[in-house]
Design a protein around this ligand. Structure first.
Ligand code: ATP
Ligand code: MG
Length: 183
């Protein structure tokens, strides 16, 4: 699977629908302080099922919704969609008849989040598993947050282990085992 496009609407500083095209290879995002570089990465992680508002630099889950400025009123919902190319058929088998995948998350004030994969409403867990299997989950070492290198150096062994397990691609197995044990 490859990311091809990220669309944000009403998410943090991206109030108007904004598309970020992700070309093959390395993508760099440059711009002055406060222009929204970190918000883009947070949008990507949020749509992959990130559920820690602290790691989204907020004090509540609804803080990702555009809060308004002197010039523009606040929004009451935010939406982020990740577009992916699945021509190599590396998505989990449930999705492998699709050449393109579209994963969307939407949050509405007082109503919480809903998730969609290719237009069909799914659970947060389904989205998290889709990415956990591809070892690109919202906590993936492929997404390096500001200050994260320092955090990694200072982190406890158990947290460092989680990062290594995600890199090794076995996080999805752990989640599935846990689900199986609950049944
Ligand atoms: P730096 O170079 O300093 O790391 P950056 O490009 O990473 O900056 P971000 O942290 O992505 O910038 O963006 C910060 C901006 O996003 C701030 O101006 C902040 O007010 C705005 N912002 C964050 N959340 C919201 C929100 N819910 N509604 C409106 N604006 C928001
Ligand atoms: Mg930043």
């Amino acid at each position: 699977m490859k990311f091809t496009r990220l669309r944000l609407s009403g998410f943090k500083s991206f109030v108007e629908p904004t598309d970020l095209l992700i070309e093959p290879g390395l993508t760099g995002i440059v711009g002055p302080n406060g222009c929204g570089k970190s918000n883009l990465l947070e949008g990507l992680r949020w749509a992959m099922g990130e559920n820690s508002f602290k790691s989204m630099r907020g004090s509540g889950m609804e803080d990702v919704i555009f809060a308004g400025t002197n010039m523009r009123p606040a929004r009451n919902h935010a939406e982020v969609t990740i577009y992916m190319d699945n021509q190599d058929r590396s998505a989990p088998s449930a999705y492998n008849d699709s050449e393109h995948l579209e994963v969307g998350r939407r949050i509405e004030k007082d109503k919480g989040s809903t998730y969609r994969i290719n237009g069909k409403e799914v659970r947060a867990k389904d989205v998290q598993l889709l990415f956990a299997d591809a070892s690109t989950g919202s906590h993936s070492p492929a997404l390096v947050k500001q200050g994260q290198i320092t955090q990694l150096i200072n982190s406890k062994p158990i947290n460092r282990r989680r990062i290594l397990e995600e890199a090794a691609g076995i996080t999805g197995l752990h989640t599935r085992r846990h689900e199986a044990e609950l049944r």
